[in-house]
Design a protein around this ligand. Structure first.
Ligand SMILES: *Cc1c(COP(=O)(O)O)cnc(C)c1O
Length: 432
């Protein structure tokens, strides 16, 4: 295996570690689960990135999803540059906010009104406060393995034994908070029914990633989302789709378009900022009108609706609005799947592969992955070795078994061929 020279990255990381906890501003970047030190990225172009030592990689993280049309896209750069000439922030209303709201509502018919925030975490945090304010109920229900950002209410694991309420999944989250977050099993409607019935009239909302993307990719089984819609509607519980990954990714209108389900509220992030920090939440008018200044639920943000960030997001959404964008993206993803099919078949007794459009995960376990428990049973040691082999081949994969690989429109046929060849060499070495 070719040794990469990463001396500049290492030197930067030593400086970073002195002042930034773990040297990182978000833990997954630390590369701990693949046993490496992080790379410092200097620039990106199309489907490629370069680290500070000048090594080039084909990038399948795409900034964890936002860069669905690739790095440094000229139309996004132009939009930011044009907006920058006017200023950066006013703390007042601006035209971009109206354009963005119109675009979001046109892509997502379930979103009748929308509010902009600065991250996915803010979107989910605000959506559950709104759900609580609207319903007058305190509890929320989430699914084990789904990630909704780092607000207290979501950092909760399944409780032990018969307890249906959760327990804190992070130090610093209080037991009182944990008691208001119930946890059910993804793709298991009975588990949802059980929890909702045990807490009748107490649950404000069920929140989930309609396509689970934070345990690696785990698709919803047939009938699961429909079943959730029915169970929640019958009980006056709001259904919140966290489409921070799947929005503008699984389809233009997210998983809700792909599966034909209308949630009450939707959370958006990642792609919606075109690579700048943006989030949004929206849904039924009657619920959204509970937000301040119209209603009693407080929510605000000094930089929310920031014109510079929204200019990038709007340029992005206009690209995605092109008639055949998702057909072309699907064709690219299918092309890649065809390229890797022989090696997947050869190692079918060792691997499982899930894909929805441009999202995919190669799991190091056989027999398919249909649940959080299946995903967890993957061999993370083997994944770490695979990651290191691929990195040495110049392929930058997610540094964790439990994250999706993000294909972008900027990946060329040549990029995908090179990746498939590297994959075949790496897996052959790994399983030799
Ligand atoms: C990334 C993510 C979030 C959090 O978004 P941030 O912008 O990182 O705060 C929330 N939900 C899902 C499904 C995500 O993938």
């Amino acid at each position: 295996m070719k040794e990469l020279n990463t001396s500049r990255s290492q030197a930067l990381h030593e400086r970073a570690e002195r002042l930034i906890p773990g040297g990182v501003n978000s833990p997954v970047r630390a590369f701990r689960s693949v046993g490496l030190r992080p790379l410092y990225i200097a620039r990106g172009q199309g489907g490629h990135i370069w680290d500070v030592d000048g090594n080039e990689y084909i990038d399948f993280i795409s900034s964890w999803g936002p860069l669905i049309i690739g790095h440094s896209h000229p139309l996004i750069q132009e939009a930011i540059t044009a907006e920058l000439a006017n200023g950066t922030s006013y703390g007042a209303c601006n035209e971009r906010e109206v354009e963005m709201a119109e675009l979001i509502c046109s892509f997502f018919p379930s979103i009748e009104m929308v509010r902009m925030v600065n991250s996915g975490t803010e979107a989910t945090m605000s959506a559950i406060r709104l759900a609580r304010g609207y319903t007058g109920r305190d509890k929320i229900l989430k699914f084990e393995g789904c990630y909704h950002g780092h607000a207290d209410s979501f950092l909760i694991q399944a409780g032990s034994g018969l307890a249906t309420f959760g327990q804190a999944g992070s130090a610093g989250v209080t037991a009182q908070t944990a008691e208001n977050t119930l946890v059910a099993t993804y793709n298991d409607l009975e588990s949802v029914r059980r929890v909702l019935d045990a807490h009748a009239e107490q649950v404000a909302a069920v929140i989930l990633e309609p396509i689970m993307g934070n345990m690696g990719l785990v698709p919803p089984q047939e009938g699961f989302l429909e079943g959730l819609r029915a169970l929640t509607s019958e009980r006056g519980v709001l259904l919140i789709f966290d489409e921070v990954i799947s929005g503008f990714r699984a389809a233009r209108g997210g998983a809700q378009e792909l599966y034909g389900i209308r949630p009450d509220l939707t959370c958006l992030g990642k792609i919606i900022g075109g690579g700048l920090p943006v989030g949004a939440f929206g849904g039924r008018r009657e619920i959204m009108e509970c937000l301040s200044p119209l209603g009693p639920v407080y929510q605000a943000g000094t930089l929310s609706g920031n014109p510079l960030a929204l200019s990038a997001g709007i340029a992005m959404l206009r690209q995605l609005g092109q008639a055949d964008f998702y057909e072309r993206l699907e064709a690219k993803a299918e092309y890649f799947e065809e390229l890797i099919r022989p090696v997947l078949e050869r190692y079918a007794d060792k691997l499982s592969y899930n894909r929805i459009g441009s999202l995919s995960t190669l799991f190091f376990r056989s027999g398919g992955v249909a649940s959080n428990a299946d995903a967890k049973a993957s061999d993370t040691g083997l994944y770490a070795e695979y990651f290191r082999l691929m990195l040495a081949e110049g392929i930058y994969l997610p540094p964790s078994q439990f994250e999706c690989m993000f294909l972008s429109m900027a990946h060329t046929e040549e990029d995908l061929q090179r990746t498939a060849q590297a994959m075949e060499r790496s897996l052959t070495k790994l399983f030799a």
